[in-house]
Write a protein that binds this ligand. Structure first.
Ligand code: MN
Length: 335
């Protein structure tokens, strides 16, 4: 492992010991439509993480709080086509989706979501069946387009492709920039529940809508993947992300949402990602904000372990099935 690379939170790591939490940098950027710079985002986030306070109030102690962290060498691929790159991402993540380690991916554009879910399919909590999974997506965009500029695997289609893969339920938070096609998909697909920013952030009535969302998170059941697109936050907090949008979540809304998902008594967050991270040049604000969210995710995971909401994953291994034969991304199109 290349130890010139920054480690998560700047903590020393023991490469020989099996980790409890693995941080997976995915500097993937093929289809970003507006801004650029997500390829450098994960490293910028890791560098900024060294400045994050280790004290986690949820735990009453400092991270790593008895857990072993590993920061993997960033994913890279020489593959020429987009679909082959998605296959490479899936292969990179799959070894960390066995249920004993908590994988936290740092992206990279949101196009990493479909291979991330494909890698999770054989997780013991899912047993080859993605319909058991709830996807919680914090995002300014619905990412439900059938294609963007002719590309079905664009970041703007990530949630649509997740549903194509068979995800059982999709809960979206903070959406405020979406098309009529996407609105219709939200209205018509029973698997989708969208909590729009104009409702949960409304100056009048927003507080009640936000409380309803927290109730919905508390009621989640079964395995969950949390995908946090940085642009779900208000654009002032993450000006360097690919498509910053005004009117998004405040930092504390984001913290409540993360803590809410991880504390749902009948749910287990089996993996998570923070994506669309880009390095801000004039200030560390964007990458530091991403690092704060990543740290909160790990802290909330540590609390879930402590409170017994992680061992449930191990129990599910009893029902483990033989992995089903599956298609690669590159076999699904003529990329
Ligand atoms: Mn997105």
């Amino acid at each position: 492992m290349d130890r010139d690379l920054p480690t998560f939170l700047g903590l020393p790591e023991d490469d020989d010991a099996a980790p409890d939490v693995v941080v997976l940098p995915l500097p993937y950027e093929l289809t970003t439509s507006y801004g650029q710079g997500t390829a450098d985002g994960p490293i910028a986030c890791l560098e900024a993480s060294a400045q994050v306070e280790l004290h986690e109030v949820l735990l009453g102690e400092d991270l790593p709080a008895g857990l072993r962290f590993r920061t993997e060498t960033p994913w890279s691929s020489e593959a020429g086509s987009l679909l082959e790159q998605l296959d490479d991402i899936e292969a990179f993540l799959r070894p960390w989706c066995g249920g004993d380690v908590f994988p936290l991916s740092l992206g990279g554009e949101h196009g990493i979501l479909p291979p991330m879910l494909a890698a999770l399919r054989d997780h013991p909590a899912l047993g080859g069946d993605l319909s058991r999974l709830t996807l919680v997506q914090i995002d300014a965009h619905a990412d439900l387009r059938s294609e963007l500029d002719g590309e079905p695997y664009s970041h703007a289609c990530a949630a649509a492709r997740a549903l194509d893969l068979g995800v059982g339920r999709l809960l979206q938070v903070g959406v405020r920039a979406h098309s009529l096609e996407e609105q219709k998909r939200i209205d018509d697909d029973e698997r989708i529940t969208a909590w729009f920013a104009r409702d949960v952030m409304a100056p009048s009535g927003g507080e009640a809508a936000w409380a309803s969302l927290l109730d919905a998170l508390h009621a989640l059941e079964g395995p969950v993947h949390l995908t946090f697109d940085l642009d779900g936050l208000d654009g002032t907090l993450v000006p360097a992300t690919g498509t910053p949008v005004p009117g998004g979540l405040t930092f504390w809304h984001a913290i409540q949402a993360i803590e809410g998902v991880f504390s749902a008594p009948k749910a287990t967050v089996i993996s998570a990602d923070v994506n669309e991270i880009a390095r801000q040049a004039d200030s560390p604000l964007t990458q530091f904000t991403a690092a704060m969210l990543a740290t909160k995710i790990v802290g909330a995971h540590a609390l879930a372990r402590r409170e017994g909401r992680w061992s449930a994953v191990g129990d599910a291994q009893q029902g483990r099935r033989t992995p089903l034969p599956r298609k690669t991304f590159s076999s699904m199109g003529n990329d």
